[in-house]
Design a protein around this ligand. Structure first.
Ligand code: ASP
Ligand code: MG
Length: 373
């Protein structure tokens, strides 16, 4: 079995869906993970905001736009006005959720997940129906049932052991050898969960792990992994091979190649990951695996929206090291991500991601006897 993952940009229009079909070609034993089409997840976040604020009109308007957007792709794929019953049913359900949810703040995250999951439910339904109509028999998998996750909404991790039985049963019980499943979503006892924005790569890695896949490929709008974002650094060069550890470092530091949670499930089963250009499947892309030739070009990552904090102990303690535990557990409590650390005799410099909680954390530092700039 191989696992292919197609992101939202790849399936943002009918041409992309047709190209997906070309990439599959006459392959068998393939598990395809698909993200929501184009910017659908962002639009669904706005549907949720409407529900949250009691602004039903806003939600309804966003859903109407999504209906039109998906209808246009379907009409293009089927060469004329076409209604897919399963797509209609999903929109009817989304309408119902948006209109009937009695919003309670305690359930906000559950409702967020329930609503945004429709993006992937829709995209996989369109892709699955289109493949079938183009002669590619396939089996649509409801990942809300196949992947068991923690009950931690908006950022759940998959319980691989608990999911293995379900996913294997689904795959082994099917007559088809091509599977189409949603990225980004899973299920917990209380309902739908999502795995964090851009989480479809991680879904694909979990599937590859469970199925013991020979490889996983992520099809992207670049030729492979580059040493920098070409939009910012026009001289960016492609890297031919990388190892898992370097890739985790890159993903963690914000290189937008792959979701950081993707590598571990692959590494545990030593499954190679290919990052390949969606536009030209003959190109080799980048391969990521256990060992690789050393990377000879410097890697540049531009991180935006950073905050630089200088922390100093008010008693001028020269051994700030002793206070590291206090400082870092406080950052952890507010889930503030630290990117760079610099310490001198009396100062600790921290470059952190901006967050809603910076001010609270700073106040707390001051309570604990630190000066903060
Ligand atoms: N559709 C989700 C998002 O936009 C997941 C993904 O694209 O991987 O975040
Ligand atoms: Mg996406």
């Amino acid at each position: 079995m191989k696992v292919y993952k197609f992101g939202g940009a790849s399936v943002r229009n009918a041409e992309g869906v047709r190209n997906l079909r070309n990439i599959i070609d006459d392959e068998q034993n393939l598990f395809i993970i698909v993200s929501a089409m184009g910017k659908t997840t962002n639009a669904l976040e706005r549907v949720f905001e409407g529900v949250q604020r009691g602004d039903r009109e806003k939600s309804a308007a966003e859903i109407a736009r999504l209906r039109e957007y998906h209808a246009a792709i379907i009409d293009d794929l089927w060469h004329g006005p076409t209604r897919l019953e399963r797509v209609e049913a999903l929109f009817a359900e989304l309408d119902r959720v948006a209109a009937e949810t009695q919003y309670r703040a305690a359930d906000a995250e559950l409702w967020y997940d329930t609503i945004v999951a429709f993006g992937e439910l829709l995209s996989t339904t369109v892709v699955s129906e289109y493949l079938a109509s183009a002669g590619v028999a396939n089996h649509w998998v409801d990942m809300r049932r196949a992947l068991v996750t923690q009950q931690r909404h908006k950022d759940a991790s998959v319980d691989i052991d608990a999911s293995a039985f379900r996913l294997l049963a689904e795959v082994e019980g099917a007559a088809e050898t091509i599977f189409v499943g949603q990225g980004f979503i899973g299920g917990a006892p209380d309902g739908t969960t999502t795995l964090g924005r851009e989480g479809s790569d991680y879904s694909a890695a979990v599937v590859a792990n469970i199925l013991g896949a020979e490889s996983m490929s992520v099809w992207k709008d670049v030729d492979g992994v580059l040493n920098a974002d070409p939009k910012t650094f026009p001289d960016a060069e492609q890297i031919k091979e990388l190892n898992y550890l370097d890739t985790i470092e890159l993903a963690y530091s914000g290189a937008q190649i792959i979701h950081p949670k993707t590598i571990k499930p692959l590494q545990n089963k030593n499954i190679p990951l290919y990052v390949r250009p969606f536009g030209d499947k003959r190109k080799p892309g980048t391969v990521i695996r256990g060992t690789s030739a050393p990377v000879t070009v410097p890697i540049l990552i531009l991180k935006k929206d950073q905050v630089f904090l200088t922390v100093r102990s008010r008693d001028f303690s020269f051994v700030l090291e002793e206070k590291f535990a206090t400082i870092f557990s406080l950052l952890e409590r507010y889930r503030i991500k630290t990117n760079l650390i610099h310490n001198s005799a009396v100062n600790l410099g921290l470059c952190v991601d901006n967050s809603w909680h910076i001010d609270e954390a700073v106040a707390e530092f001051r309570n604990e006897g630190f000066d903060v700039m």
